[in-house]
Ligand binder design. Structure first.
Ligand SMILES: *Cc1c(COP(=O)(O)O)cnc(C)c1O
Length: 353
């Protein structure tokens, strides 16, 4: 092997859910929202002049930053935006996790955390969730270089209450604590109110799931002015024109469509609760979900076999070949009709197997 080959950075990348494209498919594998973005978005897309592309976008995305500040009742200097929350989280890892001490996150959580820790050579320790997939609070009380928690957690779908999160932050005021709230709008409680008391807290959210805009790539963080300033410094040492002008404008306008947003969420939640009851009748175990997906384990069936059988019918769900969860499926909540097809399949599978 030549020296340059040895010097290539090797990382094990994150594996996203597949993006198949069949006209008849039912896609329940990447937690996308089944409902379209607010109608206003369609109108805006038609109104854009293509001349907008000639110029660089606003590097600070000020319009979107101000709209988010107004929506969440914080100062614009407390908001950082990025190209999806993956971009925001990666920037936050790079900015805040610069200690010799390990950062902590659960063993079962969003698998990108481990990828970024490896990529940025951040020491880390995975803390084991208990047998019910709950976070063990005391595990996060020893000295560390930072903490990352997804709340609700993925792929388990379980949310912790705000007091629980606060206790972890309170005991870790020498570290930055990142709370990834990608699914919070589907019924969990946000940690945003804690920002008043803790300047070491960074809350990260996204337009991808609850706002039906995964393709637009909009994510953001809310934190103390000191944290946001540090994030901006790293961002501007890296790439200053990250957000395209369409995302900035559409993201800004979509925040004004709150009624539509809340209606879509209520529909997803109602479908989730109905499907949860049905799958339990069919022999599945499933934790109480506060997300737009269910984390399912059947009392008899093998997850991998069921996954393959569903796939043959072009019903796509997520299967993780991973220790402790190798017999689980993560199923995104689709429309009522899509979930009926999914449930019908399970009903028939029940008879065959
Ligand atoms: C989907 C997801 C993200 C990232 O979403 P973006 O599309 O990059 O905004 C971050 N964290 C968790 C836990 C997710 O499920």
């Amino acid at each position: 092997m030549r020296l340059w080959e040895k010097n290539i950075r090797s990382v094990e990348p994150y594996v996203p859910g597949e993006q198949p494209n069949f006209p008849d498919m039912i896609k329940l594998n990447t937690n996308e929202n089944p409902y379209p973005p607010a109608p206003k978005v369609k109108q805006l897309l038609q109104e854009f002049s293509y001349d907008i592309l000639r110029r660089y976008p606003d590097p600070a995305a000020s319009e979107l930053v101000c709209a988010l500040a107004k929506y969440y009742k914080v100062k614009p200097s407390q908001i950082f935006v990025g190209v999806g929350s993956d971009d925001v989280l990666a920037m936050a890892f790079l900015t805040f996790f610069h200690s010799k001490r390990p950062i902590f996150f659960p063993d079962l959580t969003y698998s990108f955390y481990e990828v970024w820790a490896q990529l940025f050579e951040i020491p880390y320790q995975k803390k084991k969730l208990d047998s019910q997939f709950q976070i063990v609070m005391q595990d996060y009380f020893s000295p560390n270089g930072g903490i990352v928690l997804a709340n609700p957690n993925a792929p388990t779908s379980i949310a912790k209450e705000i007091d629980f999160i606060e206790e972890i932050i309170k005991k870790n005021q020498e570290s930055v604590v990142i709370v990834d709230e990608a699914y919070v709008d589907f019924g969990a409680v946000s940690s945003i109110p804690l920002l008043e008391r803790y300047d070491n807290l960074l809350v990260v959210q996204t337009f991808s799931k609850s706002r039906s805009m995964a393709g637009m790539r909009i994510g953001f963080a809310i934190g103390s002015e000191r944290l946001i300033e540090a994030l901006n410094q790293v961002k501007y040492s890296f790439n200053s024109y990250t957000m395209n002008p369409f995302s900035i404008k559409i993201g800004t306008e979509v925040l004004k469509e709150d009624t539509y947003f809340k209606e879509c969420i209520q529909k997803v939640i109602a479908t989730r609760e109905r499907v949860k009851e049905r799958v339990k009748e069919l022999g599945f175990l499933c934790p109480d979900s506060k997300t737009n997906f269910l984390f399912l384990k059947h009392t008899k069936w093998q997850a991998k076999e069921l996954f393959e059988a569903l796939r043959k019918q072009h019903i796509f769900v997520r299967y993780f070949e991973k220790e402790r969860i190798e017999n689980y499926l993560r199923v995104t909540i689709g429309t009522e009709q899509e979930m009926d097809v999914f449930l019908d399949f399970l009903q028939k599978y029940n008879k065959v197997i």
